[in-house]
Design a protein around this ligand. Structure first.
Ligand code: NDP
Length: 480
C-alpha cells in the first residue's frame, strides 16, 4: 500500500512522528493508501525551508521563475492520464471529468501564472515637476496555502501557481481527504527543477497541520479555500496577527430561469450546474428558481433527464455520477434530504443512497435528487449541502426572485437564463454574488476576478488579483 510523503526542502520525507492514517477510495469504501499524520513540527521544518529559499527565489528573474512554472505545467500535461486516474480514485469523481476539467485546469493554472508574471506591472504617479512616486510590488514572504477536496489539484495549483510566480515561497496543505495529486505534484516539481524549499507540501489534518500554518507567527499571508465555518475559525486566528487573508468559502448559488430563455441550452447546462462532480463544486446552482409559466414543463424535463444519469464506477467512461467524497459527507447529504422531507419538501427523484455491486458495494453513492415545495427561507434552501441535491421553486416577478436569490448568508456565484439583455443586466446588478453567469455556467477566463461576497469569502483570486495578493505594494516617492 502506497505511503504518501511530505515534500519539504525538495525532499520526499516521512512525517517526524512517523505516524500515518488511512486514505479511503470513495468508489469502494476501502483503504488504499496511507497519509502522513504530520503536525506542527513538520510545518516548522517546512517553514524553515521556505524561509531559507525565499531570498533567492524572490530575486530570481521572473523569466526564470516563469520557465520553471511552465515546465511544471507541461509535466502535468504529460502526466495527464496518471494524474486524472489518481484524482478519480482519490475523490470519487468520474475519470472523464478529471481528464477533461481537473487536470487540464491544473496545467492551465501554472501556464497562466507562469506567463502572467511576465506581464505584471506596477503603477507610477507623477507629481509634475515636484516628485515621482512609483509602486514596488514585492513578494510578501512565506505563503500558507490550504485547499479543499472537491477539485483537489485544480484548486491547490490555483493558489500555489500565483504565489510562486509572484516570488513567494510556500507551505501548502491539501485536503487530507484527497492528498494524492498533491503528492504527485511534489514529484513533478522535483523533476521540473523547482529549487529546494520553494514549495513545501505538508500532509495531514486541518486541525493539526492547517492550524499550525494559520497560527505560525512568521507566515504572513494565508490563502484558504474551504468551508465557511473553517474560514471563520481561520480568520479568528489570523486577523489578530494582521495576516493578509484570502478566503474562498461556501455558497448556496441561485440558478434563475426566465421563460424567455433558450430552453434547450438552459436545460442541458442546468444538468451540469446541478450535478457535475456529484454537486460538489462551490459554484453549482443548488437553488433553481423557474418562472411559473414554464415551471411544470421544466420540472418534467429536468426530472426525466436526471433519472437518466448513469451512476456508477467513476472509472467507467459512461458514468456521469460517481461517488461522493467520504462516508461522513454521504451521511451529511442524506441528513439534509431527511431535513427537506421534514420541512415539507417533495422528493421528485433520487433522495436515497445507491448500493452498487461487487467491489463497489461499500462505495459512497447518492442518487441525484430534486426537491420541490420548500419555502425559500427553510434550512434546506439556506444551508450549503454540497452534494447532488437541488431544490426547484417557481417565481412570478423579477423582484420576487431577487428577494429569494439574495436571501442566504452566501454570495458566491449565480446563473441567469434569459434572452432579454435588459432583464439580464438588472439581475447582474442586483444579485449578491461575486460571479454572475448569464446564459452559461462555469465558463472561466482566468484573468477575471474570482471570489464571493458575504459569507462566501473575502478577497479575490484570478488574474492579477492573485498576484496583487501575494505581493505587497510599497510606494517610493522621489523628490525631483
Ligand atoms: P473544509 O473547510 O473542511 O477544509 C478545507 C481545508 O481546510 C482542508 O485542507 C482542511 O483540512 C483544512 N482545515 C480544516 N480545519 C482547519 C483548521 N482548523 N485550520 C486550518 N485548516 C483547516 O472544507 P472542505 O474540504 O470540506 O471543502 C468543501 C467546502 O469548500 C465547501 O464549503 C465549498 O463550498 C468550499 N469551496 C469553496 C470554493 C470557492 O472558491 N469559494 C471552491 C471549492 C470549495 P482537512 O481536509 O484535513 O480537514
Amino acid at each position: 500500500m502506497i505511503k504518501l510523503k511530505n515534500y519539504i526542502n525538495g525532499q520526499l520525507i516521512e512525517p517526524i512522528s512517523n505516524l500515518y492514517f488511512d486514505n479511503y477510495q470513495p468508489s469502494t469504501g476501502k483503504v488504499y493508501s496511507q497519509i502522513p499524520d504530520s503536525d506542527e513540527k513538520d510545518v516548522e521544518l517546512a517553514y524553515v525551508a521556505a524561509k531559507n529559499a525565499f531570498h533567492s527565489w524572490s530575486v530570481l528573474p521572473k523569466e526564470q521563475r516563469s520557465k520553471i512554472l511552465l515546465k511544471i505545467s507541461s509535466l502535468i500535461e504529460k502526466n495527464l492520464d496518471k494524474l486524472a486516474l489518481a484524482e478519480s480514485i482519490d475523490n470519487g469523481k468520474p475519470l472523464k471529468l478529471a481528464k477533461t476539467v481537473d487536470i487540464p485546469r491544473a496545467a492551465a493554472n501554472f501556464n497562466f501564472y507562469g506567463t502572467g508574471i511576465l506581464h505584471y506591472a506596477a503603477n507610477s504617479h507623477s507629481m509634475e515637476e515636484t516628485a515621482v512616486n512609483y509602486t514596488l510590488r514585492q513578494p510578501v514572504g512565506v505563503a500558507g496555502c490550504i485547499s479543499p477536496w472537491n477539485l483537489p489539484l485544480y484548486l491547490f495549483s490555483w493558489k500555489i501557481a500565483p504565489a510562486l510566480a509572484a516570488g513567494c515561497t510556500v507551505v501548502a496543505k491539501p485536503s487530507e481527504i484527497t492528498p494524492m495529486t498533491a503528492f504527485l505534484l511534489s514529484e513533478i516539481c522535483i523533476e521540473a527543477g523547482l529549487p529546494n524549499g520553494v514549495l513545501n507540501i505538508v500532509h495531514g489534518l486541518g486541525s493539526k497541520v492547517g492550524n499550525a500554518i494559520v497560527s505560525h507567527p512568521n507566515i504572513p499571508l494565508i490563502s484558504f479555500t474551504g468551508g465557511t465555518v473553517t474560514g471563520k475559525h481561520i480568520a479568528s486566528i489570523a486577523a489578530p496577527m494582521f495576516k493578509k487573508l484570502s478566503l474562498e468559502l461556501g455558497g448556496k448559488n441561485p440558478n434563475i430561469i426566465f421563460a424567455d430563455c433558450d430552453y434547450d441550452k438552459m436545460l442541458s447546462t442546468t444538468m451540469h450546474s446541478s450535478f457535475a462532480n456529484q454537486g460538489q463544486i462551490c459554484l453549482c446552482g443548488s437553488r433553481i428558481f423557474i418562472e411559473r409559466k414554464i415551471y411544470e414543463k421544466f420540472k418534467v424535463d429536468f426530472v426525466n433527464k436526471t433519472k437518466q444519469l448513469t451512476i456508477g464506477n467513476p472509472l467507467d467512461e459512461k458514468t456521469k455520477i460517481g461517488a461522493v467524497v467520504s462516508k461522513q459527507h454521504q451521511e451529511k447529504i442524506l441528513s439534509y434530504i431527511e431535513l427537506a422531507k421534514k420541512e415539507g419538501g417533495t422528493i421528485l427523484c433520487g433522495g436515497n443512497k445507491i448500493i452498487l455491486e461487487n467491489e463497489l458495494s461499500q462505495g459512497y453513492y447518492i442518487a441525484p435528487t430534486i426537491i420541490e415545495g420548500l419555502d425559500y427561507n427553510c434550512r434546506t434552501n439556506q444551508e450549503e449541502i454540497f452534494g447532488p441535491v437541488v431544490t426547484i421553486t417557481p417565481f412570478d416577478t423579477e423582484d420576487e426572485v431577487l428577494k429569494m436569490a439574495n436571501s442566504t448568508i452566501y454570495g458566491l456565484a449565480s446563473v441567469v437564463w434569459t434572452e432579454n439583455i435588459t432583464k439580464a443586466q438588472k439581475m447582474a446588478n442586483q444579485l449578491h454574488a461575486g460571479i454572475v453567469w448569464i446564459n452559461c455556467w462555469l465558463l472561466r477566463d482566468l484573468r477575471t476576478p474570482f471570489g464571493g461576497v458575504k459569507a462566501s469569502g473575502v478577497g479575490r483570486e484570478g488574474g492579477f488579483e492573485a498576484l496583487d495578493f501575494f505581493t505587497e505594494p510599497k510606494n517610493v516617492c522621489i523628490k525631483l
